[in-house]
Ligand binder design. Sequence first.
Ligand code: NAD
Ligand code: TYD
Length: 340
Amino acid sequence: MKLLVTGGAGFIGSNFIRYMYQKYPDYLIINLDSLSYAGNLENLRDIVEQDQKKDKRYTFVKGDIADSKLVNTIVEQGVDGIVNFAAESHVDRSIDNSRIFIETNILGAQVLLDAGLRHNVSRFIQISTDEVYGSLGPTGLFSETTPLAPNSPYSASKAGADLLTRSYFETFGLSTIITRCSNNYGPYQFPEKLIPLFITNALEDTQLPLYGDGLNVRDWIFVEDHCTAIDKVLHHGRPGEVYNIGGNCEKTNKEITMTLLQQLDKPQSLINYVKDRPGHDRRYAIDCSKLCTELGWSQQYDFQQGMQRTVTWYLENKPWWQRIKTGEYLDFYKRWYEER
Ligand code: NAD
Ligand code: TYD
């Protein structure tokens, strides 16, 4: 199978490529990534080095998913499946400026869908988010039939792409599937999201900015569990369907913060309650029984195991996140890439 993975230099995309590369020794993987601020070639350094020595079945292409010419040039070379991770992914950035979110998350998806249709790809997986469903009250779960009600420009752009993806199935018969996953955590997550930001700030003894009352709830899933779910969907999912993916692990942001401080042996005085995020969704919780019963997926990591692996990774990979925090990584990886 020849897979085009977009956004493979980011957090989840790089974990997915590593997982698929190791699990399927005969798969060819093309990673198309524009290397935005969140794209980092070091995330796949081990795979690149292994591949150059032996397999030669991983290719990196630097480019924009909204570049129709480039995307068609790649897809016409006999791509079987497209897995679209490429996105602007941070809610706070979408509040500051939403334009790039529309350009990448919607227009980029449209270019990929068109290319998939034109060149007859047999699978198109749109990686979406539970945030398209909006916010829950104290009870209830998002199911695949929950109406879309996005509240941030980020989630609105993802919902737009979901609807467009659906239309390519209904109108043209493209074999699309949408996955909607809850909040991921794990190695290689850019330190602007809650968990890596708070781990790295705590390690530097700087403040942890907790929004509002800290009681907003997210459902947390370890990134490798997300990858195994996408693998199931890619190979066994039914075209035209949506599959929710979740970790069955609801936590308030305050609970997450307390857990991290305890694991790192840092004081609660580092917590700084700050002004709330505008339009801040109160609670997300996922019903992923369709994925479990229909495709036989189950998660491998509970919260304690996942957090242990995550905290250990950030402790062992200080240069990775320190270079990001100081802005040095841009030069560092540019050099590293040019040397290859
Ligand atoms: P990320 O920000 O870490 O990575 C995004 C990647 O996309 C980066 O490598 C970036 O360079 C690349 N990219 C951005 N614009 C591009 C463009 N125009 N062309 C090509 N590449 C481009 O994001 P992530 O957390 O890994 O999320 C990946 C996907 O999963 C996104 O679609 C996101 O909506 C979805 N998702 C994320 C989470 C989460 O908790 N992080 C949860 C559910 C769904
Ligand atoms: P985030 O990691 O940005 O993911 P999302 O907004 O997509 O769920 O935020 C997770 C939760 O943590 C969310 O309720 C906002 C909150 N949060 C903070 O309290 N402080 C922060 O500095 C960040 C980045 C997030």
